[in-house]
Structures are given as structure tokens and as C-alpha cells.
Write a protein that binds this ligand. Structure first.
Ligand SMILES: *Cc1c(COP(=O)(O)O)cnc(C)c1O
Length: 374
């Protein structure tokens, strides 16, 4: 069998045609297509305003800035994520404070949050790991009690809900990624969703240097001098990225359905395999089915990973915990043993190929290779 890639995107000819149309037009940066995408994305997630950005990291960063969080503040988050989550907190000038995760799901353990709250804590930044939502009802209760903001990192979880609560519905802002391996992609790209008009306007200014007009205003309307009332960044999504996303967004449930089918094949084949354990999908959860991971026997993950790669099957590690990355150890003094559950998952986790164009027989082949290699 030929190589099985770890990931393949689902961009089709119509998506490419939509990009071509933009490329043949005069206006490439933030304009009509971005507006169309923002509106459609808002409809899909059920949150009134979407602001299109260049990445999820930008969405997390601007969320913190817009909510007034920075120097001297602490933000509680999970060590079991991509480093972007905690990096955004540092970019805003605040300090990431990690709390360990649940053994069953790998998600931020809500029961441990309160003991990490200090008088500097300003926000909680949960990550819906692999596509399964955190206990947002619990997190929202804690946030209310201590007057904290909630910024959700939903990079894995556009399609997710839990107990009928969708991502972003109990938080101040919710952030999404359209990085190439995410559920829908614009190459690089991201978005933040909010339900308050004032905050949405503020975020739209923050994405273009804090100036009070966008290029599309200057293009479509009569020239007027612009001003820069606040300091901002350069994080605006462009029409090319938006054009790539609009069609994928229209197919998002179909793409999810395909991953869900593959997920069930993996789950059934691997749930009783000796040496392997799986994280749990909780009841009443719509799992976004972003990353399918197995927990390998302790001490064997890396050798399994390399052997599977040698058999031409793409695999990955999501994630080695953030607090043990060199910069975090050096800067904040984090060390081994600080967050034992995240560390255990970090040592044992292995991600298998999962994407809509992966064929069922390829998924079964991946299972067979994993069995042989074990
Ligand atoms: C991919 C990812 C990010 C970063 O997304 P970018 O769009 O690349 O900035 C943040 N958090 C998590 C959990 C991710 O998987």
C-alpha cells in the first residue's frame, strides 16, 4: 500500500474557482468575501459577530487585549495544548498559569481551577482538546463567582457542543483556527466570535493597527482621512482566505460526518486492543472529531511512532505538555511532576490519520499496522 498521509485538506475545485474569482478581481484584502464568510460563520456557530483574522493565535491575543488583560495579570489555562494557547497569554503581557487536565478526556480539570485562582487572575482560557468540549457550565460558574473572563480556544472544535451548549455560548470570546490541518482551512487563518457589538467593533479596529477605517471603506467610499485612536496589530483576514473558507463552511457537517464514520471504525477496532487505551467521548457531547489519538504503553510511544512512520503511515504527537517546553521551564520554573496527568498523556499519546478523504480501508490498514507494530 502507498503512503497514508497524516492529513489531507478537503479543498475542492469549486473552492479553487472561488479563489480564482477573487484573484481576477481588483480587491484582495479584507472586503466582500471576508464579510460573507463572517456572516456565514456567525450563522453556523450561533454567535452574532465574527471577526476574520490571520490565525487563532491572533484571535486569542486580541481577545485578551480587547478584554483589558495584560501586564501583571494571570490567565488560567491547560498544559495539554499547542503552545499557541499559552504563547498568546505571554504576547498580551500576562502570565499563563497551568492547571492539570482530566484523565478521561485530557481537558482542563474544572475541579482544580479554584485552587489556582489568585487576586491577579483575570481570565480562564480552556481548550476543547481534540474536539471534545470542556465542562463549560462548570467553568462559567467559577468565572462568575470570581469575576473572571472566559476566552475559549476552539481551534479543534468548530462543530462541537456539550449538553446542547455550543462552543462560545458561555464565554466572552471564542477563537478558531483555519490552519492547514484544522477541520476547515484557509492555509493560515483564524476568527474570533463575540455576541457584543461594541467588543466586535473594538476587535475590528485591533486587527488593523487600531485605525478607524478599513481598506474596503477607502476603496468603496469617498476618501476621508483616517485616524488611529488606539494601538493595534496587523491581523486581518483577506478575501483570498475567506474565499477558500466559504465553500468548506457550507460542507462542514458533511466533512464532520465523514470523520465521525472513520472515528467509529478506529474506536471499535482499538477499544479492546491490549496495550492501547483511548480517551472517552462523554455522553451528551457532539465531538468535533478533530484528532483521533491513542494512548500507547508507557515508555513505548516514540519507538512505536518511528516504526509506524517507517511503514509509511503518517502519525503525530498532540501534544507534549507546554509547561515542559524549554522556554516555559526556563522562564517560569515549571518542572517535571507539576502536572502529572498532562505529562502522562504527553508521554503516551499518538495521533492517527483522520480526514474526510481517508478511505475506510485505509483506516483499517492503519489499525492493522498499529497492531503489528505493537
Ligand atoms: C492550531 C492551534 C492553535 C493555533 O492556531 P493558529 O491558527 O495556527 O494560530 C491554537 N490552539 C490550538 C489548540 C491549536 O490546535
Amino acid at each position: 500500500m502507498k503512503k497514508i498521509e497524516f492529513f489531507k485538506h478537503s479543498i475542492d475545485d469549486k473552492d479553487i474557482e472561488r479563489v480564482n474569482t477573487v484573484l481576477r478581481s481588483i480587491f484582495l484584502t479584507t472586503g466582500k468575501e471576508v464579510e460573507e464568510f463572517e456572516q456565514k460563520f456567525s450563522n453556523y456557530v450561533g454567535i452574532e459577530y465574527t471577526v476574520g483574522l490571520t490565525s487563532c493565535t491572533a484571535a486569542l491575543h486580541l481577545s485578551l487585549i480587547a478584554l483589558g488583560i495584560g501586564q501583571g495579570d494571570e490567565v488560567i489555562t491547560t498544559p495539554m495544548s499547542f503552545c499557541a494557547t499559552a504563547n498568546a497569554i505571554i504576547q498580551a503581557g500576562a502570565k499563563p498559569v497551568f492547571v492539570d487536565v482530566e484523565e478521561e478526556t485530557g481537558n482542563l480539570n474544572g475541579e482544580l481551577i479554584e485552587s489556582s485562582i489568585t487576586n491577579k487572575t483575570k481570565a480562564i482560557m480552556p481548550v476543547h482538546l481534540y474536539g471534545q468540549m470542556c465542562d463549560m457550565a462548570l467553568i462559567a460558574r467559577i468565572a462568575k463567582k470570581y469575576n473572571l473572563k472566559i476566552i475559549e480556544d476552539a481551534a479543534h472544535a468548530i462543530e462541537a457542543s456539550r449538553d446542547s451548549i455550543k462552543v462560545g455560548h458561555l464565554s466572552d470570546t471564542v477563537c478558531f483556527s483555519f490552519y492547514p490541518t484544522k477541520n476547515i482551512t484557509s492555509g493560515e487563518g483564524g476568527a474570533v466570535c463575540i455576541d457584543k457589538e461594541k467588543l466586535a467593533k473594538h476587535l475590528k479596529m485591533l486587527r488593523v493597527h487600531g485605525i478607524d477605517s478599513e481598506a474596503s471603506d477607502r476603496y468603496t467610499k469617498r476618501y476621508r482621512h483616517w485616524d488611529m485612536p488606539i494601538f493595534g496589530w496587523k491581523y486581518n483576514m483577506d478575501n483570498i482566505q475567506a474565499a477558500l473558507l466559504i465553500g468548506q463552511l457550507g460542507r462542514i457537517e458533511e466533512l464532520w460526518q465523514n470523520r465521525d464514520t472513520l472515528w467509529k471504525i478506529y474506536e471499535e477496532a482499538l477499544s479492546h486492543l491490549k496495550g492501547i487505551s483511548l480517551l472517552k467521548t462523554l455522553p451528551n457531547v457532539k465531538h468535533a472529531r478533530h484528532l483521533f489519538t491513542v494512548l500507547t504503553p508507557a515508555g513505548k510511544r516514540d519507538s512505536l511512532l518511528f516504526t509506524i512512520q517507517d511503514r509509511h503511515v503518517g502519525v503525530a504527537v498532540n501534544y507534549r505538555p507546554i509547561h515542559l517546553l524549554k522556554y516555559y521551564r526556563k522562564t517560569f520554573g515549571y518542572k517535571k511532576g507539576d502536572f502529572p496527568v498532562a505529562e502522562e498523556i504527553g508521554k503516551r499519546t499518538l495521533s492517527l490519520p483522520l480526514y474526510p478523504s481517508l478511505k475506510e480501508k485505509e483506516a483499517r490498514y492503519v489499525v492493522q499496522i498499529l497492531k503489528e507494530v505493537l
